[in-house]
Design a protein around this ligand. Sequence first.
Ligand SMILES: *Cc1c(COP(=O)(O)O)cnc(C)c1O
Length: 418
Amino acid sequence: MNKYKLETLAIHAGENPDPNSGAIRPPIHMSNTFKLPKFGIKLFDALLMDSDSSPFVYTRWGNPTLRDLEERLTALERAEAAVVTASGMAAISALVFTFLQKGDHLIASEVCYAGTVELFGQYLPRFGIEISLVDTSDLEQVRAAVQKNTKMIFLETPANPILSISDISEIVKIAHESNILVAVDSTWSGPTIQRPLKLGADFVIYSLTKYLSGHGDALGGAVLGKKKLIQRIRKEMLVHLGGALSPFNAWLIMRGLMTLPLRMNLHCQNALLVAQFLENHPKVVRVIYPGLESHPHYELAARQMLDFGGMLTFSLKGGLGAAITLAEKVRLFSYATSLGDAHSLLFYYPTDLYIDAMPFYSDIQKQRIRKWTGDGILRASIGLESADDLIADLDKALRARTFKGLVGPLAYQILKKS
Ligand SMILES: *Cc1c(COP(=O)(O)O)cnc(C)c1O
């Protein structure tokens, strides 16, 4: 399979037509348990899970539909192996609970998906795991954070929601000098535009919920990497934390993956056009998109990524009031969290609220984040609609004035003080 290009692998890898009916779309194996071949050695093979072709026993350990998806993801990432999970967070927790224990130290991006930074900053310390949250786009900070007991560096690039870019191969160099594992959450790029394993990372993490599934329906997650390490995740923490993916969701994600290369191209193309439009708009203060030369890490992004993705952030001259008006007046964008959907989405992050929700941030970290985001940022997930229509929608909403836009900021200040 590996001789094929990604467009072909997205359709054919993991395609196992049903041997009974010949159905090309595989059946969904909605069975939580499997009839075992015979009492004896086969059952023990299955329980030991030492091979990625172990017999199926119980869906929390493995299932034919999940295995098809794992095969397709493995091919797309040109990895040795994949394990799929119920969500992106299930993938991240399975990873860290497999490889970290009491007394170990983890270095991670200080700004990444909120669920991840909360898990690391708030909950892992409960289990005696030491954490350093640093700005991983600054190699000096990464280097300075390495300790004798550091076991893993976890980075997210581009980082959600601020779109800072970290240098994967340089961080791998720092880590591998000291036998430290490197995991990269590459959800905002996907395998067609960023290849962390090729750059030396040990693991790639996905929230399949986003671009890889791509239609805003199923939740899912995955970890990819070396066979031996992925087998450990499956055996230790997929099975015991229990975050198994539903076969139905696996089937939906398989279907979404068929068009991933095609969709990703259009997400990138549309996002660049919207970013350029916003950058030239009189009501816009700043646009952050890795494909704009104004992005502080543009050169690194151009070197490390094959394209710049479908996510961007921007801030408006009218601040919170203007953001409220925009959210109210857009028609094609939905005001919603999540991303990577065919449908365009827009969400506002007030910096105060974001920072207040993370009690573990130091003052220096808060200042660093504020320097990047100002009072707040609008995060846009640019969908697959016509870029002309998206731009017209934003333009009209940016010109609008609303009562809520006028009183909103005031109401917000009163709410915050009460
Ligand atoms: C959404 C997201 C996650 C979490 O994924 P879920 O599927 O919602 O659990 C993790 N990392 C990144 C970068 C994300 O955008």
